[in-house]
Design a protein around this ligand. Structure first.
Ligand code: PLP
Length: 374
């Protein structure tokens, strides 16, 4: 049997008949930049996330970049984030001229550990970027409290977490990713839970003035085409992507539910293998399982074994960002963030995509069981 890590062809087969006509409509209209499809998708994402505004941008990376620009963060500023994330989180901070300041993760959730943030806040700190890693929201309440105390911006990196809910806000309500910080940044990279047919992204916010700046920054910072009050960029979402993503958004809750059912099925099986740490979901949170992550012994040998048995897998992330070559100038060393470094060596992602069959899941479970019993 073969089990890929993700099967986008299987997903496309289920929505082909809905996608083709909307693509055709955009082709017939010959309106490819912004326009009604993008505006409609922005309204739908804002409604989905519970925010007042959503602005379509060219990628998740550009969402982070434009959010940092809109917050007027730049040279000599510091931005606190996790070293255990996709490179773009820290890369965006560096690209606008600021310095990423890393804080280690909570080993249970793999998200930034809020208890370690305050000691890293200096007079230069301007923002915190918590990442909702793997589809579970970071612990936002203490982060928002620190932000208020020190007047910091909070940019949620929600690239892996559209639809994830956080239940820890003291008002007892549940908040969706992207609706808690100053803004939320989303990615529609094809392998994300809501993936386009190319690059795409979105910034959500409840702040009207901030929304306006984001909107202007994505078209070069112009009041109109030839009068620039900000130095922006070309950071727009394509009409074609918006039309496709509007179709896919209608399926997102069902897909997320299917991922949760698969995760539950794995959890029940792997709970019996005592050496394996299954994903931990904080009570009150709704996880969307952009990735299903196990922490286990002999990770590299298991990976070879899975590869030999044609089971898709991945390591997110093999090198924490403080140890990346491009960040040697920041002066971090091995041992600085022990939990991130351990997670990088001990965890592996398994297939959890919505179209995964029970036979495929049983094969994954059986193969892992065999590996540890031999
Ligand atoms: C995917 C991802 C991004 C970047 O999104 P792109 O659309 O690929 O630019 C940023 N942060 C995290 C955590 C991601 O997973």
């Amino acid at each position: 049997m073969e089990v890929p890590l993700l099967d986008l062809q299987a997903q496309y087969a289920t929505i082909r008949d809905e996608i083709r006509p909307v693509v055709d409509q955009v082709l017939e209209s010959q309106r490819f930049i912004l326009g009604p499809e993008v505006e409609a998708f922005e309204r739908e994402v804002a409604h989905y996330c519970g925010t007042n505004y959503a602005i379509g941008v060219s990628s998740g990376t550009d969402a982070l970049l434009i959010a940092l620009m809109a917050a007027k963060i730049g040279n000599d500023d510091e931005v606190i984030t996790t070293p255990y994330t996709f490179f773009a989180t820290a890369g965006s901070i560096s690209r606008i001229g600021a310095a990423p300041v890393f804080v280690d993760i909570d080993p249970k959730t793999y998200n930034i550990n809020p208890a370690l943030i305050e000691e890293k806040i200096t007079a230069k700190t301007r923002a915190i970027i918590p990442v909702h890693l793997y589809g579970q929201c970071a612990e936002m309440t203490p982060i928002l409290e620190l932000a208020e105390k020190y007047h910091l911006i909070v940019i949620e990196d929600a690239a892996q977490a559209i639809g994830a809910e956080y239940g820890g806000i003291p008002d007892g309500k549940s908040y969706r990713a992207g609706n808690m910080g100053t803004c939320g940044c989303f990615s529609f990279f094809p392998s994300k839970n809501l993936g386009g047919f190319g690059d795409g992204g979105m910034v959500t916010t409840n702040d009207e003035a901030f929304a306006k700046r984001i909107k202007d920054l994505r078209t070069h910072g112009g009041k109109d085409k030839y009068r620039n009050y900000l130095i922006g960029m070309n950071g727009r979402l394509d009409a074609l992507q918006a039309a496709i993503l509007r179709v896919k958004l209608r399926h997102l809750d069902a897909w997320s539910q299917a991922r949760r059912v698969h995760a539950q099925y794995y959890n029940e099986a792997f709970r019996l293998l005592e050496i394996v740490q299954i994903p931990y979901t904080e009570p009150g949170n709704v996880h969307i399982y952009n990735q299903y992550i196990l922490r286990l012994p002999q990770r590299d040998a298991l990976q070879t074994y899975l590869n030999e048995h044609h089971i898709g897998n991945a390591i997110y992330y093999p090198i924490p960002l403080h140890l990346q070559e491009c960040y040697t100038h920041l002066g971090y060393a091995v041992g600085d963030f022990p939990e991130s470094e351990k997670a990088a060596q001990e965890t592996i992602a398994l297939p959890v995509y919505p179209e995964l069959s029970q036979e495929q899941q049983d094969y994954v479970i059986e193969t892992i069981r065999k590996f540890y019993q031999s």
